[in-house]
Design a protein around this ligand. Structure first.
Ligand code: ZN
Ligand code: ZN
Length: 645
């Protein structure tokens, strides 16, 4: 039979395997990097016979996204084999590939220890050395149940019962077999770059009424170099963990007495936050937004009207006042619409752009709470643009520019994604058509590259998402822009058109920083706590050498404060070297050292966080230097961090 393999016509015997075909079509060097074969959208084991309907066979290379997924899932099997060998009473459950790696959940009598992980890893390496073959066979449902029951694997039997299929594929390598769709690498020898990372408790099927299992996480890559790079990134991420830096820089904390997922902002963290919020307000005012604010709780009837009560109730908190039920707001839209309705708007009044640093509460499960990244109380930099349908495109275009300006100011690269109508949606075909097209047009005109996420829009309208790429290569979902034609309908908001008739406006929900909490968490990890000078809660720290300079230090502190510089004086009776190290740990942008010589000259000695030492300058010069550094990003349209931390 004649098929095309990687662009080359290849003649093969009937029943030839994918490996044979790829071996023919590829160079030796290329073939060595192949993990599985692909025909259409389906992946096949290399040992599988070429499907009879296949006319074109493609290789899937180890370093491709699909290739990595196969490697990661195969490594999960490899790990399960090792766990069963070392801990025969452990039961296997499921072990999928995830981003950058894999996990496998085991039912075992106690949590695995770091020493266990080491032993498991060693066992895995030995299985790789033995280069065992992955083989696949099909079993009927009954055969599969008997097979796993003889192995004593209760969870696999439960899975078979729930899946209710007629046939199951089972993959085996060495002594180990698993119920699995596959595909897998051909041999364990192909798994050369992995590392086990951590253990965590996980409920069977994510249900807290079920038994707690032991989940082992690992990472796996196409080659040792890629693994090394990833481990380095993890190490960097650990060092930059915003929870750790939050304590180190005395910015914020969480306290069980207060409640999980609700941050306490310490003086310095609150100052940082206030500066960021002021910045956000100013940037919005500059772009013709109005500041508004609604209450934290609104009557339940309003949430019924909006559909939140029906669709989002589980994530909301409720309370009662004078026998009237109220809902604590999980979003800020409703008050904004009521504000819009305070008077009759004409087509000339649109768009109305309402901005609110809106405090919202959402009930997140306690298991998913994570520092500032996932909390129950947070503040959105939220805005609602209420506009005519013909204004959607220009509004979106302006937003794209706005977001782009702000993200680059924080030194972020970003990716843009357009999500279209999902299967379950409300609203007319026409409304979807018009708004999706407007988003597409705006994206095209913005000149920004974007990808399309078919069917991933909100149920009430299409949306654009922004993913920020941080300094160690991680991607974070941040800003969104969502078009909504349903809420204006439900709340009957209108404008008077040129024709004197009433028309329905469109509402655009958008948040740029997303949540202030999360943004600060992200930014803290992005810059490793070395905030740009304009944002640093402490810009300058004065350090005296001995008590003899105390009065001058106090005078200098007042001088800088009067200039609007955020300054602190460290006049403790400690060694200068110690005080400098502390300021470095706290990533203070400028340390101004004052000894006898400086006092005599009426000067300070500057040491900057970036290692630049302008040396001895007058107070006036020092102030100017700091003020220039603090405004530089706004003038240049960008800012640069020092990632030395
Ligand atoms: Zn599997
Ligand atoms: Zn909204």
């Amino acid at each position: 039979m004649l098929i095309e393999v990687y662009g080359k016509q290849v003649d093969l015997a009937e029943g030839a395997s994918c490996a044979e075909a790829l071996n023919e079509g590829l160079s030796k060097k290329q073939f060595k990097k192949v993990v599985v074969a692909k025909c259409g959208d389906t992946l096949f084991d290399l040992s599988a016979a070429i499907p009879t309907t296949c006319t074109t066979l493609e290789p899937v290379f180890a370093d491709s996204e699909e290739g990595l997924e196969v490697i990661r899932h195969s490594t999960a099997h490899l790990m399960a084999e090792a766990v069963k060998k070392l801990f025969p009473t452990a039961q296997v459950t499921i072990g999928p590939a995830i981003k950058d790696g894999f996990y496998y959940d085991f039912d075992y009598e106690r949590p695995f220890t770091p020493e266990d992980l080491e032993a498991i890893e060693k066992e895995m390496i030995s299985s790789v050395g033995a280069n065992k073959e992955f083989s696949r066979r099909m079993l009927s449902a009954d055969e599969a149940k008997t097979f796993f029951s003889e192995m004593g694997e209760d969870y696999k039997q439960e899975l078979i019962n729930d899946l209710g299929e007629e046939e199951y594929s089972v993959y085996s390598h060495g002594e180990f077999s698993d119920l699995c769709r596959g595909p897998h690498v051909a041999r364990t020898g192909m798994l050369k770059a992995f590392k086990l990372l951590s253990v965590a408790g996980a409920y069977w099927r994510g249900d807290e009424n079920n038994k707690m299992l032991q989940r082992i996480y690992g990472t796996a890559w196409s080659d040792p170099k890629a693994l090394k790079k990833h481990l380095h990134r993890l190490e960097e991420a650990r060092k930059r963990d915003h929870r750790k830096l939050g304590t180190q820089l005395d910015l914020f904390s969480f306290n069980d007495e207060v409640g999980p997922g609700m941050a306490l902002w310490h003086p310095k963290g609150m100052l940082l936050r206030a500066i960021l919020e002021d910045f956000a307000r100013k940037e919005h005012l500059k772009r013709d937004y109005d500041l508004v604010q609604g209450p934290l709780i609104l009557k339940r009837e309003l949430w019924e009207k909006s559909g939140h009560y029906e669709n989002y109730r589980e994530n909301m908190y409720f309370t009662e006042i004078d026998e009237q039920a109220y809902g604590v707001k999980p979003m800020n839209c409703l008050a904004h619409m009521i504000i819009y309705k305070r008077k009759i708007m004409s087509y000339r009044d649109l768009p109305q752009r309402y901005f609110e640093l809106g405090v919202v509460h959402r009930h997140e499960k306690s298991g998913v709470l994570h520092g500032l990244m996932r909390v129950r109380t947070f503040t959105q930099d939220d805005a609602h643009l209420i506009c005519r349908p013909d204004q959607i495109e220009s509004e979106i275009l302006e937003l794209m520019q706005f977001y782009s300006d702000i993200y680059s100011l924080f030194d972020y690269d970003f990716q843009v994604e357009l999500s279209t109508r999902p299967e379950k949606s409300i609203g007319s075909d026409e409304a979807w058509e018009v708004s999706t097209e407007a988003l597409r047009q705006a994206l095209e005109k913005s000149g920004m590259k974007y990808s399309i996420n078919e069917g991933d829009g909100a149920f009430y309208g299409p949306k654009i998402d922004f993913h920020l790429l941080d300094s160690i290569g991680r991607s974070w979902q941040c800003g969104t822009i969502q078009v909504d034609f349903t809420l204006p309908e439900r709340f009957d908001i209108v404008y008077v058109g040129e024709d004197g008739a009433r028309h329905r406006p469109v509402m655009i929900h958008r948040a740029m920083l997303g949540s202030i909490e999360r943004f600060i968490g992200m930014l803290t990890e992005h810059c490793a706590g070395a905030y740009p000078v304009w944002l640093a809660p402490t810009q300058v720290r004065l350090l005296n050498v001995t008590d003899a300079q105390f009065d001058f230090v106090k005078k200098a502190e007042r001088f800088f404060k009067n200039k609007g510089i955020r300054v602190e004086a460290d006049t403790r009776n400690e060694k200068l070297g110690f005080k400098i190290r502390e300021a470095q740990v706290e990533k203070i942008p400028y340390m101004l050292v004052i000894g006898d010589k400086e006092v005599e000259a009426g000067c300070v000695n500057i040491r900057s966080r970036d290692g630049e030492d302008p040396g001895m300058v007058t107070l006036e010069e020092a102030a100017q230097l700091v003020l220039d550094a603090a405004k530089a990003p706004f003038e240049a349209g960008g800012m640069s961090y020092s990632f030395s931390g």
